[in-house]
Design a protein. Structure first.
Length: 294
């Protein structure tokens, strides 16, 4: 009973913070309340004896719940947000209104609603709540560098810099196209020219299994991480022939598909004109969460 009372008090002490986090991500008061209530249910059934930062743990739980809601499209769209704005204005709940007013304006909610789910979560957590990218990365299923790129892209959109965003997208596409051409053409020098010396290639478990299955055909066997331009370059040298250019959550990437179904997504992190990270995702659930445009 004492532990239950402690958890209840700790949760209530953080309820306002969690509501602000959820509302900024979802743009819906009712959805935010539902997400916070779900976080309470998960806390009640979790073993948090070894959790040093309960506020951080709860923030992560709420963020994951919100991301799931955003990905399945259960949150309200712009016209529904406008309707809720009237509801908020007519509300007599002073405490709730204070939370919403302190959280984010309706205009900002509309802007955030244009972002891809992972972009929105990364931006809200980092730019609005100072959560480090090392902590955001596992929430959005990306590396810290990729999470930073998500937040940066979202920041440009929120700040209304379409020209800069278009230029950045164009530069990234040029780099990815150069990578693809060098890989297919077996031009090792050209391949190294677009890879940062400290590049990291990451592959998920499904991609590793796929590489093992194809090893008999001469395909390189992947590891969870491969470091350095030489090693990464050798992995792709003379390969990627079946991959095609695509927009992966709005950024230039590659997709390997069979029978029209994407089997592997290549996600690139580009900084200063060089590829600093490549993520190979073959897990079907993760692939379905991407917004892919060919």
């Amino acid at each position: 009973m004492a532990e239950e009372n402690f958890l209840t008090e700790a949760f209530e002490a953080n309820r306002g913070h969690l509501t602000r986090v959820a509302y900024r991500m979802l743009g819906s008061r009712s959805q935010a309340d539902d997400a916070v209530q779900e976080a309470w249910l998960r806390l009640a059934h979790a073993d948090v004896n070894d959790v040093d930062n309960l506020r951080g743990w709860l923030t992560t739980v709420v963020a994951r719940i919100c991301l799931d809601l955003l990905r399945v499209g259960k949150t309200r769209r712009e016209e529904q947000i406008d309707a809720e704005a009237v509801e908020i204005a007519d509300s007599n709940d002073a405490e709730r209104d204070a939370i919403i007013a302190d959280s984010v304006g309706i205009a900002m909610v509309v802007v955030l609603d244009t972002l891809a789910p992972a972009e929105r979560v990364a931006f809200v957590l980092h730019d609005m709540f100072d959560v480090p990218f090392d902590d955001i990365a596992p929430i959005v299923g990306r590396s810290p560098a990729a999470a930073r790129q998500l937040a940066s892209r979202a920041r440009r959109r929120v700040q209304g810099a379409p020209a800069e965003a278009t230029a950045d997208q164009g530069r990234q596409r040029e780099v990815v196209e150069a990578f693809l051409a060098a890989s297919r053409g077996g031009d090792f020098s050209a391949l190294l020219a677009v890879l940062d010396p400290s590049i990291v290639l990451r592959a998920d478990a499904a991609a590793i299994e796929m590489s093992i299955a194809r090893a008999s055909a001469g395909a390189p066997v992947l590891a969870p991480e491969i470091h350095g331009s030489e090693a990464v370059g050798k992995t792709f040298f003379g390969r990627a022939r079946a991959a095609r250019m695509a927009l992966v959550d709005g950024e230039a990437g590659l997709v390997f598909a069979l029978g029209g179904q994407p089997k592997v997504v290549f996600e690139f992190v580009v900084e200063n004109g060089l590829i600093v990270e490549i993520n190979l995702i073959a897990d079907a659930t993760k692939i379905n969460a991407f917004e892919l445009q060919y």
